[in-house]
Design a protein around this ligand. Structure first.
Ligand SMILES: [Zn+2]
Ligand SMILES: [Zn+2]
Length: 405
């Protein structure tokens, strides 16, 4: 495919590739922390298989992008969250279990090719395969192999069990591009079974008090996972329109979920104080919650580890459940890749890169536009959920099928 007309490498144009592909720079999440490359690290950056360009992470040998943040001719997508999957590319490639979800998110038009996990494809002589990232349904790590060198781009990943998606598959690589949304030692997740028990208990207690339980979570992945985690015999499960749209995509992709109802037009006191309502975080600020009478609001997020965030979100209950790896899992996965070189994106990048350097790895921050589960108060994922919710709010009287754009 012709590359003319598409932006050349930002950094290559700016200077020599060796000096500038991953320039040392302050990490936005930890100002003042700078990582400097060793001489060896600088040498190893010559002729990289993947590089950061204006349009995203680019493989020149194969002429394709991974999770580009601009419109490009050929995009390989790790998963359908907003910071990784943007509409308007000419052609997409994703893991087969996530194809329907990607279509739901980017809309019609551009063709989407799908690869089964483990299946490989030659693109201009570069071998590409996808392995499960365990993050949301269809999430993939992208393995790129060329001239005996293997890069793996993790996208977002988790190793914790999730009944709604394939388990994380451990790969080995020469260079591993890892997320680090929760790359600080304070982030350690309790087992999901314990969290499920906590949510069930909270739901029962609210029922006893005649209150509806509203659980706020991302519409893609987390909401479906929570529905599958809780005990559906306690009462009805009701979901916001933005969630319902993806519940349907999950079901059509073959994932079994308990019975979940949308909010009927003109409804009042939905669930009569007995229901568990799953909705995106932004509904907390709107009038939508008034449909349910008296409510107790819970938030399900890895950020619930932070007391300040719990307080600022003004929720009654925080549940620590994340679709990202916690700190110990990040280190475990990175070590198991046996990669000598690790490039860190998302979140606590500088801190994790520095720690990996101290452990003898050639690690650096890879500047990208990815945001992981989103910083505590604003991120594309949160903004998108808000957008969905705003549209849903306006249309809620028209029925759940119209609820999300
Ligand atoms: Zn994600
Ligand atoms: Zn992400």
């Amino acid at each position: 495919m012709a590359r003319q007309g598409w932006p050349a490498s930002l950094f290559r144009a700016a200077g020599t590739l060796r000096e500038s592909v991953f320039p040392p720079r302050p990490c936005p999440t930890a100002p003042g922390l700078q990582y400097r490359f060793s001489k060896k690290a600088r040498r190893s950056q010559v002729a990289d298989l993947l590089e950061v360009t204006e349009a995203g992470l680019y493989c020149a040998a194969g002429d394709f992008y991974i999770d580009p943040w601009r419109r490009v001719p050929r995009a390989i997508i790790t998963h359908a969250h907003a910071d990784h999957a943007r509409s308007g590319c000419d052609r997409y490639l994703c893991a087969a279990p996530g194809k329907l979800i990607l279509r739901t998110r980017i809309g019609g038009g551009s063709p989407i090719d799908a690869l089964r996990y483990g299946e490989s494809l030659l693109i201009n002589g570069v071998r590409v395969s996808l392995a499960s990232a365990g993050h949301v349904l269809g999430s993939a790590q992208v393995r790129v192999e060329h001239k005996g060198i293997v890069w793996v781009v993790s996208g977002d990943y988790k190793t914790a069990p999730d009944p709604t998606c394939h388990p994380f598959e451990q790969l080995e690589a020469d260079v591993f591009v890892t997320e680090s949304t929760f790359g600080l030692p304070i982030y350690r997740w309790p087992h999901p079974d314990g969290i499920a028990a906590e949510i069930n208990q909270w739901w029962r207690a609210n029922q006893a008090a005649g209150r509806t339980s509203v659980l706020l979570a991302y519409a893609l992945g987390k909401a479906q996972r929570l529905a599958a985690m809780v005990d559906p015999s306690i009462g009805p499960i009701v979901a916001h329109g933005a969630v319902m749209k993806l519940v349907r995509a999950y079901r059509d992709s073959g994932v079994r979920l308990p019975s979940i109802d949308g909010v009927p037009p003109g409804a009042r006191k939905v669930g009569n104080g007995r229901a568990l309502v799953i909705a995106p975080p932004s509904v907390a600020a709107g009038r939508w919650l008034r449909l349910f009478g008296e409510v107790s609001v819970g938030v399900a997020s890895g950020w619930m580890t932070l007391r300040g965030v719990r307080r600022r979100r003004g929720c009654d209950q925080g549940f620590i459940v994340s679709d990202h790896a916690d700190f110990p899992a990040l280190l475990q996965v990175i070590e198991a890749t046996r990669a000598k070189r690790v490039l860190v994106t998302h979140g606590a990048t500088a801190a994790l890169a520095r720690l990996l350097c101290e452990r003898g790895l050639d690690a650096a921050v890879l500047p990208t536009h990815f945001t992981g589960e989103g910083p505590p108060d604003a991120s594309p994922e949160v903004e998108e959920a808000e957008e969905n919710a705003a549209t849903s709010d306006a249309k809620s009287a028209a029925g759940p099928s119209d609820a999300a754009p």
